[in-house]
Each structure stands twice: as structure tokens, then as C-alpha cells.
Design a protein around this ligand. Structure first.
Ligand SMILES: O=P(O)(O)OC[C@H]1O[C@H](O)[C@H](O)[C@@H](O)[C@@H]1O
Length: 561
């Protein structure tokens, strides 16, 4: 794509939004190139990018173009126009405008929509697709990314994000739109008959469904306190309503409750970032809370902090999920409700601890590529065949689902689960870190960590490709002090021992070391980053930490970073 010609086309387009035109005029050459060298693409979780002018940016024109593609796909689904599309959005800049515009573009194709009257989280959108029996769904959000981003997640009729096969069909239709600047959009009056504003009814149904996720509904809720922050995002009402109704003593981080596109009172809205917990920890110390829960802007990720020996200890997505699993499986077993064909899902870059916990209860484990859509897809397949029964799904990136009435990560379910685990174990004289330590003692100590190399712009994208290509061309046989016993290349679907990997192709490399540790590398599909995952086994926590430091250095040296 000739970025200069595209830039000129946008600059000279008469009807262009005035603020975008001003932005175009002030762009330097490298920004122009980054904004116009390609069309914004579908990645791990839909389309995501910086807000602003350009074909590689999120703006009203690229939203219109994407919706034309999605509309054509919806029209191919049985009774698609009439079943319609549920649409929701979070607190981000332009989220409401993009959602409203999406509904209008779909109306132009005769497609009915169910548009949320105000912000609602991603899991509730997934729920709404199923509740209204829609042919698909749209969520306007950039999830956990910084405030400068927005995005467009698309869903099928089961409430699962489109798997690559279907996303490719949408992309094909999107690419057929020759000029994003001249897409026809009906006026609000013309679209009126197609748009149904929804809210309270679906809220109630969703909250009621979440409440059924309690494993021990009769549990005494006294003498347990949870501090909660929605990080200025969409989970404020859902989480607080559900936990209040169930009798939990929830203390909100009030300065982070109001929806705010600039995330004014938090350093980061992403639970993967330790500074995002700062305000919540201050509140927790004041009220002496047992557990802290923070959710991301679109309410699908949950980060947990546990009070342990008087300190507030951050838990990774891998750690909290292993504890949830232990709780769910031990309790279901005790109640005689653990199915013999139960299956748990996680991904190829998720720690082995969860798998060991699941297998210790006789639960089968299936691994997918990164992206919750692959977990949703598995649920759909087994639901049809009845072969296996879903018990839990999670990723290392702080997302899980307890019950499949939602087919994406659901942090409302997850906060309830974290609260129930914290409360249950407290009544047994333990906290969540004690339980984690018990799991380490039983299954081995793992330390998971990640290095995410930020590589922005055209040059950054090239560098990421170069890193992956260099590793792929000559797989390391030794990393630091350890021999690589097996290399997996998911792009080539091959292992170094000659066996085949039975997953869709993806740009991921994974190296298993002789001591039971592994290291994986992949470009992020949601941010301009190259991610390295370290799952390091140690004799104890100190040993695992020391080994991690060495292996991280060795890996970076290997790629020249
Ligand atoms: O590593 P990335 O491609 O950036 O994706 C990281 C995560 O992003 C989003 O939260 C997706 O919903 C997850 O499924 C994914 O694991």
C-alpha cells in the first residue's frame, strides 16, 4: 500500500472530520507512514489500534468499513438480518460513537441491532448475543490497552469471538470496500426501526446467571472483606451489584469507579501492570481487606491481590487460576458433582501448574492458541458432541470463565469466584497464597514471567518479524545453562522430534529445557510487542527466581536485545 498516496487521499477528502484533518496536517513523515502503510487488521481479539487519522488507526471511517464487512457476513448466517447483532461498548474515547455508528451501518443492510443504552462489559455482550438469540455481536473496546487505543471485537451467534476462519471471511468483505471515506451510512432517523436500545432486562438476566456460579452458595459471608476497582471501566455496576446481592462486604475504590476514558486515577488500566493496583492497595490497607480485585476497562480480565502474613501480595493470572481450579475441583468432587468427562482449557503459553491441578482430579486438559476465542470454540464443539463437559477455561493473561453462558473471559464471574475462594479458605484459616504454596509443594514450584519488548511503528513491526525469523531459522539448542530438549514451531506445525502439532498455524515458538522449564516467543496480536513467556521450574521460590533472571538474560542475549 502506498502510504503517501493514501495520506493525500484522506487529506484532500472534503468531508473529512475536522479534527482528523488537523491531525493529518500535523503528522511527521514516520507517523504518516505508520498511519497509512496498511489497513488496521484483525488480531488476537478483533481489530485494535491507536485512535486517530489513517487506515492503520481506529476512526469512524475504518469502523464503517469494518461494519460493511461484518454486515455481509451476518447476512450469510441463517436469518441473520432478523436475528440481528448485539452491540456494546466501554468507557473509551469514541466507544459510544463507534457503537452507534456500527448500528447505523448494519441498519443500512437491513440488520436489526440490540444496542446497550450505556456502557456494558465484554462478558455481558457475549451473554446478550445468546440472550437475544442474535446472529452475532460487536464490542467496542481496546480492552486493557492504554487510553490512546480503541478496538472492535466481533462475535458469532454463540457469543464467542470470531475464530480466524470466520474473521478471514469478514476481512475479505472488508477489503472489498474500495474507499473507506465514502461508505454510505443511514441517518439516525432512517436507522430508527432497526435499532433496539437495551439495558435493564439483559442486566438482570446476566446478573442472575453470574450468581449461579457460586460453588458453595450457603457459605457464611461474614468476617471477609474484598476491595474492588473497575479501573474506570464497565464492570463497576455488574460486579458491585452481584456481590452486594450475594451478601459480600465489598469496599469499592471510589476514585476509580466513574467511567473515564483517560483513566485519570489509575497509572494503568491493565491488571498485568503492578502499578494498576496502587490505589486499591491503599484502600485495602485502610479497611484491612482480605482480597483485592481489579478488573480491566471492558471487564473481562481480573487481577487479584491477597493479604498474606500482613502483606498484600500480587497474584499472576497463572497463579490465581490454579487456586480457583483447586477450589472448584475439590468442592465439586466433595459434592459428588465432578463429571467423569470434565475438561479444562488453557493455552500453550499458560503455566503447567493449572494442568497438573486439573489432572490430579482426573480432569482432562486441552490447550489452544492464545486468544479466548479458541477456548470458546472448543466449548461449542464439545457442546455439540457431548463428548466432554466444560469445567473451567483460562489464560495466563488474567482471563477466565466459570460457566459457559458467556463465551469470552468473564471478570464478573471471576470476581465472584475470587471472593468465594478467599472467603472459603479464610474460614479454614488460610489465604490464597497459602493455598498456592500448598499447590507448589504438591506439584512443584513454577515461576512464570514475561518480557514484552515494545516495538512500535513500521520499524518495530519489522524488528519483531526479524526476531521470530532469526529464532526460527536456527532454533537454539542451549539457553543459558540448560539444553533445549524440544523445540516447537507453531507456524510450521512441527516439533524438533519430527512430530506434528495439531493446532491452527500461528507465529509461536516454544522451547522446552532439560529441567522441565519452558520459554515461548510470539508477537502480541493486540499491541506492538514481541512477547517472551518464561515458565521456570525451581527447587523452591528463590531457586526459580534466580533461574528466571539468568534465563531471561540468556534469551535476550540470544536475540540481541
Ligand atoms: O498476547 P496478545 O496477542 O496481546 O493477547 C493477549 C490477550 O489479549 C486479549 O485480552 C485477548 O482477549 C486474550 O485472549 C489474549 O490472551
Amino acid at each position: 500500500m502506498d502510504y503517501k498516496a493514501n495520506y493525500e487521499k484522506w487529506l484532500n477528502f472534503e468531508g473529512l472530520d475536522a479534527s482528523l484533518k488537523n491531525e493529518l496536517k500535523s503528522m511527521d513523515e514516520s507517523t504518516k507512514e505508520d498511519a497509512f502503510y496498511k489497513n488496521i487488521e484483525f488480531g488476537t481479539a478483533g481489530m485494535r489500534g491507536l485512535l486517530g487519522a489513517g487506515t492503520n488507526r481506529m476512526n469512524i471511517y475504518m469502523i464503517r468499513k469494518a461494519n460493511v464487512g461484518f454486515a455481509k457476513w451476518i447476512l450469510e448466517q441463517p436469518d441473520g438480518a432478523n436475528r440481528g447483532v448485539a452491540i456494546s461498548y466501554d468507557n473509551r474515547h469514541m466507544s459510544y460513537i463507534f457503537a452507534n455508528e456500527s448500528a447505523k451501518v448494519l441498519a443500512g443492510f437491513g440488520i436489526k441491532t440490540y444496542l446497550m443504552e450505556s456502557l456494558r462489559p465484554t462478558p455481558e455482550l457475549s451473554f446478550a448475543v445468546r440472550y437475544f438469540k442474535c446472529a452475532g455481536g460487536i464490542m467496542i473496546t481496546a480492552s486493557h490497552n492504554p487510553a490512546e487505543y480503541n478496538g472492535y471485537k466481533v462475535y458469532d451467534d454463540t457469543g464467542c469471538q470470531l475464530i480466524p476462519e470466520w474473521a478471514d471471511q469478514v476481512t475479505k468483505y472488508v477489503n472489498e470496500v474500495e474507499d473507506e471515506l465514502t461508505v454510505k451510512v443511514p441517518s439516525s432517523d432512517e436507522a430508527f426501526d432497526y435499532i433496539n436500545w437495551v439495558g435493564e432486562e439483559v442486566d438482570k438476566a446476566y446478573y442472575d446467571a453470574v450468581k449461579t456460579c457460586e460453588i458453595n452458595p450457603g457459605l457464611d459471608k461474614s468476617d471477609f472483606k474484598i476491595v474492588y476497582s473497575p479501573q474506570h471501566g464497565a464492570d463497576n455496576w455488574p460486579v458491585r451489584t452481584v456481590l452486594r446481592d450475594l451478601g459480600y462486604d465489598l469496599v469499592p475504590v471510589l476514585c476509580q469507579c466513574a467511567p473515564d476514558p483517560d483513566y485519570t486515577n489509575t497509572k494503568s488500566p491493565n491488571p498485568e501492570v503492578p502499578s494498576s493496583y496502587e490505589e486499591a492497595i491503599k484502600v485495602a490497607k485502610k479497611v484491612d481487606a482480605d482480597v483485592i480485585a481489579i478488573t480491566d476497562p471492558d471487564g473481562d480480565r481480573l487481577g487479584v491481590v491477597a493479604k498474606h502474613n500482613g502483606e498484600y501480595v500480587l497474584m499472576s493470572g497463572n497463579q490465581s487460576a490454579a487456586v480457583y481450579l483447586e477450589y472448584i475441583l475439590s468442592q465439586l468432587k466433595k459434592q459428588g458433582k465432578l463429571p467423569s468427562n470434565a475438561v479444562m482449557y488453557n493455552t500453550i503459553v499458560t503455566s503447567d501448574l493449572g494442568e497438573l491441578v486439573a489432572r490430579s482430579y482426573g480432569v482432562d486438559v486441552e490447550k489452544t492458541l492464545t486468544g479466548f476465542k479458541f477456548i470458546g470454540d472448543k466449548i461449542r464443539k464439545y457442546e455439540k458432541t457431548g463428548e466432554k463437559q466444560f469445567i473451567f477455561g483460562y489464560e495466563e493473561s488474567y482471563g477466565c470463565v466459570v460457566k459457559p453462558f458467556v463465551r469470552d473471559k468473564d471478570a464478573v464471574q471471576a470476581v465472584l469466584l475470587a471472593a468465594e475462594c478467599g472467603n472459603f479458605y479464610k474460614k479454614q484459616g488460610k489465604d490464597l497464597i497459602d493455598v498456592l504454596n500448598e499447590l507448589y509443594a504438591k506439584h512443584g514450584t513454577f515461576k512464570e514471567s514475561q518480557i514484552a519488548l515494545a516495538k512500535a511503528g513500521v520499524e518495530g513491526a519489522k524488528r519483531i518479524q526479524e526476531i521470530m525469523a532469526t529464532l526460527r531459522a536456527d532454533h537454539p539448542t542451549q539457553i543459558g545453562d540448560y539444553k533445549v530438549t524440544l523445540a516447537e514451531d507453531y507456524q510450521e506445525s512441527k516439533r524438533s522430534d519430527g512430530t506434528t502439532i495439531d493446532l491452527p498455524k500461528s507465529n509461536v515458538l516454544k522451547y522446552y529445557l532439560e529441567d522441565g522449564s519452558w520459554i515461548a516467543a510470539r508477537p502480541s496480536g493486540t499491541e506492538p510487542k514481541c512477547k517472551f513467556y518464561f515458565s521456570i521450574k525451581g527447587k523452591d521460590a528463590d531457586d526459580a527466581a534466580a533461574k528466571t533472571e539468568k534465563l531471561q538474560k540468556a534469551m535476550m542475549a540470544l536475540i540481541g536485545e
